[in-house]
Design a protein around this ligand. Sequence first.
Ligand code: ADP
Ligand code: ZN
Length: 216
Amino acid sequence: MNVIFLGPPGAGKGTQSKRLEEQYGLVQISTGDMLRAEVARGSDIGKQAKSLMDAGKLVPDELIIAMLHSRIGQPDCAKGFILDGFPRTLGQADALDKMLSAENKKIDVVLFLDVDEDILADRISGRFTCSKCGATYNEVSKPPKKEGECDVCGSHEFKRRADDKRETVVERLKEYRNLTAPILPFYEKTGRLYKINGMLPTAQVTADIEAVMAGK
Ligand code: ADP
Ligand code: ZN
């Protein structure tokens, strides 16, 4: 089974796709995480992507499509994958269908995590992760049980994403509205789109996603 998570930045795609990964034995592929790893390594891709990411802009389709194509060709993806953060433009959605059908594969489910734009900026600018184990937190909705200490591993070091600053978030939301939201009808037309209310409590969102998956 191959799944896509669609939704604005801060909708909870990363959190929910990790849960799905554990439950169904699928591989989570986050193009944002892949790009951040390239930036950290200082690779050519990373160099091309960094300034765009810092400005809240999308990176060019050619670059991201090539990166994704080589990733889904790796053996671990044969058992099925969850795309988190891809596709983000109609060009990417189209390229994805083509590369999959060339290998007799397809996208089975597109889960659209719907969250009102006015609550996204607060969600994103409040979020941080444990530097050691990657556990995710939010100042308002999910602070560590003991202040300054990771619930999972006890570490005292946390980090924030460079593009989670308020100014950049505004730009990311604009890119989403202009370039990514227009993909929704593309998947709706082919009967693959399932809309999930991403404003409900996290556990409820997970349950709603499981209900969709159970029917597949
Ligand atoms: P979020 O969904 O929270 O905005 P991501 O981690 O998915 O964040 O992406 C961070 C940044 O990486 C994006 O703002 C963009 O610059 C770049 N990026 C990630 N995936 C894509 C993609 N499919 N196409 C173009 N740019 C991308
Ligand atoms: Zn931790």
